[in-house]
Write a protein that binds this ligand. Structure first.
Ligand SMILES: [Zn+2]
Length: 246
């Protein structure tokens, strides 16, 4: 299977890296990617940093980082009564029965970042707009996912782009892969970074690369990066400060 019209994919520019902010391993319970498969695939598609965001578990991320030498940001996708939240840069697992303010508190207490996945997709359990706006007002939302490769309707990603621009929130990009083949479907090219604060600055300068892959069986070949469109069609977006070209 080909994933790029030009293989191997071109190198990122000097000092930049490829980052996937949102993906899963079999530890999630609803994904089938083993840790070995993830490590192989990350290398094959030339990702440099991956945020492992299993549902309610962080041990796979820690194992990947420690034993398989993958550059990992430990994350967790956490169900709340108001929708799912991702915490990044975690060191302790957060339970899934807690209300949003408590989850936010626990993420921040660990020095982590609050990331809103697939926020405007009515088919997915993201945080809804009133909750997002309350988080913004409280200064608690760090990253909003402006491209999720598994969204079936591109307008939902574009709504997240508009939200990020309106409220000046750092953008994130996730393959949300639950299988090895999905890893690499979307990522962000960003200046390399060191730690959470630095990551936020890098995301604001990043370049989004992705293709829609709402159903695994419909995965299609990556083409060159061109404007947003439907399933299987590639997409790219430059970010420079908060002024984006879509
Ligand atoms: Zn997810």
């Amino acid at each position: 299977m080909n994933f790029y019209p030009v293989w191997p994919p071109p190198a990122t520019r000097a000092g930049w890296i490829r980052l996937d902010c949102h993906l899963h391993t079999l530890v999630s319970g609803d994904a089938r990617t083993t840790l070995e498969e993830l490590a192989q695939r990350v290398e094959a598609v030339r990702l440099d940093v991956v945020c492992i965001t299993d549902h309610h578990a962080i041990e796979a991320a820690e194992t990947l980082r420690r034993e398989l030498r993958i550059r990992v940001i430990v994350g967790e996708e956490i169900r709340t009564p108001s929708g799912e939240i991702i915490g990044l840069f975690l060191s302790e697992r957060i339970p899934y029965v807690l209300p949003v303010p408590e989850v936010i508190h626990r993420i921040k207490a660990q020095g982590g970042l609050v990331y809103a996945p697939h926020p405007f997709d009515p088919e997915r359990a993201g945080l809804r707009e009133p909750v997002l706006e309350a988080l913004v007002a409280a200064g608690e939302l760090d990253i909003i996912e402006v491209f999720n490769a598994k969204i079936a309707e591109p307008a939902h990603n574009l709504a997240a782009v508009a939200f990020a621009q309106q409220f000046d929130i750092a953008p994130g990009v996730g393959s949300d892969a639950h299988d090895p083949e999905g890893i690499g479907a979307a990522f962000m090219e960003v200046p390399d970074f060191d730690g959470p604060h630095d990551l936020l600055a890098s995301l604001r300068q990043g370049r989004v690369v992705g293709e829609y892959r709402p159903h695994a069986a419909r995965y299609s070949r990556r083409q060159s990066a061109e404007p947003a469109a439907r399933d299987g069609t590639p997409y790219s977006q430059e970010t420079a400060g908060s002024t984006w070209r879509v």
